[in-house]
Ligand binder design. Sequence first.
Ligand code: ZN
Length: 489
Amino acid sequence: MNNDLYIYNTLSRKKELFVPINPNHAGMYVCGPTVYGDPHLGHARPAITFDLVFRYLQHLGYKVRYVRNITDVGHLESDADEGEDKIAKKARLEELEPMEVVQYFSDRYHEFMGRLNVLKPSIEPRASGHLIEQIAMISKLVEAGIAYESNGSVYFDVEKYNQTKKYGILSGRVLEDLLANTRDLEGQDEKRNSFDFALWKKAQPEHIMRWPSAWSEGFPGWHLECSAMSTKYLGETFDIHGGGMDLMFPHHEAEIAQSTACNHKPPVKYWMHNNMITINGQKMGKSLGNFITLEEFFKGSHPALTQAYSPMTIRFFILQAHYRSQLDFGNEALQAAQKGFDKLMKAMLTIQKIAPQSTSTADIASLEKLCYEALNDDFNSPILIANLFEAVRIVNSAYDGKEKLTAEDISQLKKLFSTFAIEILGLLPEVDPAEGGKVVEGLMKLILEIRANARANKDWATSDRIREELAAVNISVKDTKDGATWSID
Ligand code: ZN
């Protein structure tokens, strides 16, 4: 089978044949979350996009080292190196240690990515755990004369870099335009040019997260961590760097400049960017009142949602669009995705009930070829899903007796679903609500029996604890003459 994989490279703006630096190995770095808030849709799309890439590369037989970082320091509120550190601000508002904020939201991120069936990366480094590597990189850039110290902070000299290399190759921006478009911001006088970016920031007295360095007590600039950690774990040049389109400038542009100036070679072979999401046609934003967290999606608890949507519905919906297309979340589109997902899952059950025939009217091998072709064409998941629906149609027709399948066809179809839907797209059957209801009934019966025994033994601590724990998940218990009853509030 021809399994040449073509990836759209944002850098060259065309599809290129994937040829990894080391045969049979693939290195991938994806910018992970800045952990200062609850995971939301904006987190789900890049995670699922690069989960598909990770899964497919492994399916093709590559040994993949997938690095996805956690930003826990240095991401300021403004791209112009101004404002508070996002995590420090949250910590101040909540009266917590910054690392408590980091731990809590990292755990939440992992929990929700798990529910979306996103595989864990091979390495998940944190910026605060790589200060030594970042300081070493800054020193190298200062020594090379491409970074300069100013008032205890260190900035990357973009104009100087641009004299020999081209700044803006990824985003297509040119320095002259940047110069014309940047306003003179307050506190920018430390920089030679407004487009220079911070490698190290001197900490203000109230800034909690700080480390010693030759320049000042301070903290690293946000862009630096990805250069330092990708070099450490994947080498000076690695295969794939991914992230959301919004990170292309200045974040990825800065990464390219820092790494190139430091290591004298381009850091990345293939740059991949997923497009943005909108909600009912609008950009998602706190000020727009349409900022929806994943928990709100799963519970249906946001006013913009007419119902709850399961993790698999969200995953399927995201994969139904190509990662380079914009994706609009609206209730109607999500409900259609839910129906589509259910239909796909049902077909996997229906196929178990089909009696094999001696002749065949279907060509499953060709269908499989089309599935591979879709993935090999820059991970075209919507085309892949369309091909899986052709398989669904064949299964349902065969079940209705309108199409004939041999035993061989049936086993090929089962393999098609398990390979493409489950293994590569990461779609999993969810518990049917009716089935789930039976499970809950059984569990509640058991829990209330334990509580009744505790009460009979005058073990009030256990009995109270059960009632409180249930109340915490909105289940209230009432004691009646005939025993305890329960209801969901
Ligand atoms: Zn990054």
